[in-house]
Write a protein that binds this ligand. Sequence first.
Ligand SMILES: N[C@H](CCC[C@H](N)C(=O)O)C(=O)O
Length: 287
Amino acid sequence: MPNDLAFSKFHALGNDYLVIDPTRTAFDLEARLVQALCDRHRGIGSDGLLLGPLPVPGDPQAFGLRIFNPDGSESEKSGNGLRIFARYLLEAGHVHGAGCRIHTTSGTAEVQYLAPDGSLVQVDMGLPAFRAGDIPFTGLAAHLEVLQVPLFLPTGPVTITALSVGNPHCVLFPGSVSAAEAQRLGPRIERHPDFPNRVNVQLVEVVDRRHIRIEIWERGAGYTLASGSSSCAAAAACRRLGLVEDRLRVLMPGGAIDIAFTDQGRILMTGPVQAVYQGRLHGGWTP
Ligand SMILES: N[C@H](CCC[C@H](N)C(=O)O)C(=O)O
């Protein structure tokens, strides 16, 4: 049981995470426990939980990370989660130097510390994949790209572009964006049957060729103030549709993330990380 469980709390632009380090504290992973720890009323409260560092078979220099949503589900990737975990690794003394490699179920990400204290971090988020089979999206043949296709909701059709940046995303361009609209459409799209693994949802407003504004509904977390992988997905969708330059700023309610595409089309994500506190669960707490 989680008695005396030690944890660290961080946020990235208002997207907050707990870090639990299994090399420092015993943790019996269970979906119900993740839900209870992330509960803002009865637990610690967060938009997700990061478990690591874990050993990476065949790559002793890399740091393994598992990422959980507040509903207890596991995600393949998280942009803010990767930056937060990178800062944790530095603060905890697991990493010494200018960068590290973090391994999640979606693969290995190269991380660079742009500030020596880990407060500004860049992550190579890899190549976006727009093919239906990569997301997965079952509304098109697996080899076709999901670029501005209709998705039918009970309230009527919407036009979507969907992609994977390691985790699945669905991007809409409603003209202007609002939290209310993200909260209205988000849950319907997240659980649409054409997304068998569910999906993260972004509403995007193109401000100009170097700035986009997004509102986010996250799979397994709901409405959040910021999301790193969502920033990458929205930027990659805009680039693919010819709407932006190769360097742009993604504006979210919690703040901004900078995105740059390499010549090969890889997504470099840069953003801040704030350490909040370290704590221990009360010995008598029960999930
Ligand atoms: N809810 C996401 C994971 C967290 C993503 C987000 N917080 C980020 O910064 O990328 C998913 O299930 O794919």
